[in-house]
Design a protein around this ligand. Structure first.
Ligand code: NAD
Ligand code: UFG
Length: 339
């Protein structure tokens, strides 16, 4: 009996492979390396103490997927595979719908063919849109989302809810992540963005290592304690453990469940910069620049449901996130290209 992880070589998938192995699950992973490097497989294997069972496969390839389901009895799927660049999705909406939504439909059809009735899906806090007030709860209305990427997440939530409605034995866990940052404490796996990072923590890490001259802080005129935007940053290992808890739940329940994975604690951009400088003893030069289009003042989870339903809550501090990010970046200044 195995748990199949799609996108298992990506940032969150790689950390989840390790936590699932540690929890005693048999893990089978697939990836098409659109946004990952094969090198991560040996690192995952080293950290889990056994070779990772891995397939190069695209989730849009029903035959390739079927071969994996034929070779393994897949009890549940954790579905990370997808494209995630918000800006790119506005330029390539059709490609995003094809990869993220059609890919998910293909995966669900193969699961149905093989009688696999449990899926844990990577949704995003972005589905709450700009109008709901923080802290965000799972029962708030969704729908007014700002870009095609966010809409692919929302569509996939609906697709999975409809599958659950059509099959009373099916379980779909729709996990809405807040802002994952950090890396495995070994410093051997972490986030390896292509080109110049879009997100705050990888950008800070590249400034720290000298690849970028300074951080641009997008606006200091928000109504927050220091004027910069507030987010709910969650350590990627906590997030990975949230998936272990969600899989355990899915294996013994039916129906669709939406669950926030966040800490419930918010930090501003300058809070993160200051924590990184303090923990790692490295100055992070920054300049205040105008607000980034589409950014909101504050995005914060209410994590109550995750605790009540899954018995899960985040344990790592912002300091842990800064320390582990830096350990990964320092040891791998060019990500997985370093060897
Ligand atoms: P990632 O890009 O590091 O991982 C995704 C993996 O999926 C990559 O390894 C990529 O090669 C693979 N992939 C993409 N399309 C594929 C396909 N058609 N077939 C097979 N493999 C494919 O991203 P991540 O940060 O690990 O995110 C994982 C999931 O979580 C994504 O669905 C993302 O949208 C979602 N998510 C991420 C964040 C975040 O801030 N990182 C926030 C909310 C939701
Ligand atoms: N920021 C900067 N400078 C940068 C990058 C970011 O000041 O170079 C600021 C942003 O303005 C924001 C905060 O840092 O206030 C966090 O920005 P990120 O880009 O790291 O994260 P977002 O909250 O904008 O978005 C992320 C993912 C989305 C996902 C969302 C919620 O990129 O895909 O979290 O899960 F939907």
């Amino acid at each position: 009996m195995a748990i199949l992880i799609t996108g298992g070589c990506g940032y969150i998938g790689s950390h989840t492979c390790i936590e699932l192995c540690k929890a005693g699950y048999e893990v089978v992973a697939l990836d098409n390396f659109h946004n990952a490097k094969p090198k991560v497989i040996e690192r995952i294997s080293a950290l889990s103490g056994k070779p990772l069972t891995f397939y190069t496969c695209d989730i849009r390839d029903a035959r390739g997927l079927s071969a994996i389901f034929e070779a393994h009895t897949v009890e549940a799927v954790i579905h990370f595979a997808g494209w995630k660049a918000v800006g790119e999705s506005t330029v390539l909406p059709l490609e995003y719908y094809e990869n993220n939504v059609s890919g998910t439909v293909t995966l669900l059809k193969v699961m149905r063919k093989f009688g696999c009735k449990r899926i844990v899906f990577s949704s995003s806090a972005t589905v709450y849109g700009e109008e709901n007030p923080s802290p965000l709860t799972e029962d708030m209305p969704v729908g007014k989302v700002a870009n095609p990427y966010a809409r692919t997440k929302l569509f996939n939530e609906h697709v999975i809810e409809d599958v659950c409605a059509a099959d009373p034995d099916f379980c779909g866990m729709l996990l809405r992540y807040f802002n994952p940052i950090g890396a495995h404490e070994s410093g051997t796996i972490g986030e390896d963005p292509n080109g110049i990072p879009n997100n705050l923590m990888p950008y800070i890490a590249q400034v720290a290592v000298g690849k970028l001259p300074y951080l641009q802080v997008f606006g200091n005129d928000y109504p927050t304690h220091d004027g910069t935007g507030i987010r709910d940053y969650i350590h990627v290992v906590d997030l990975a453990r949230g998936h272990v808890a969600a899989v355990a739940y899915a294996l013994s329940h039916t129906g669709a469940q939406v669950v926030n994975l966040g800490t419930g604690v918010g930090y501003s951009v300058l809070d993160v910069v200051t924590a990184f400088e303090r923990v790692n003893q490295i100055p992070i030069p920054y300049k205040i620049v105008p607000r980034r289009e589409g950014d909101v003042t504050i995005y914060l989870a209410d994590p109550t449901k995750a605790k009540e339903l899954l018995g899960w809550q985040a344990e790592h501090s912002l300091e842990d996130m800064c320390r582990d990010t830096w350990r990964w970046q320092q040891r791998n200044p060019n990500g997985y290209d370093d060897e």
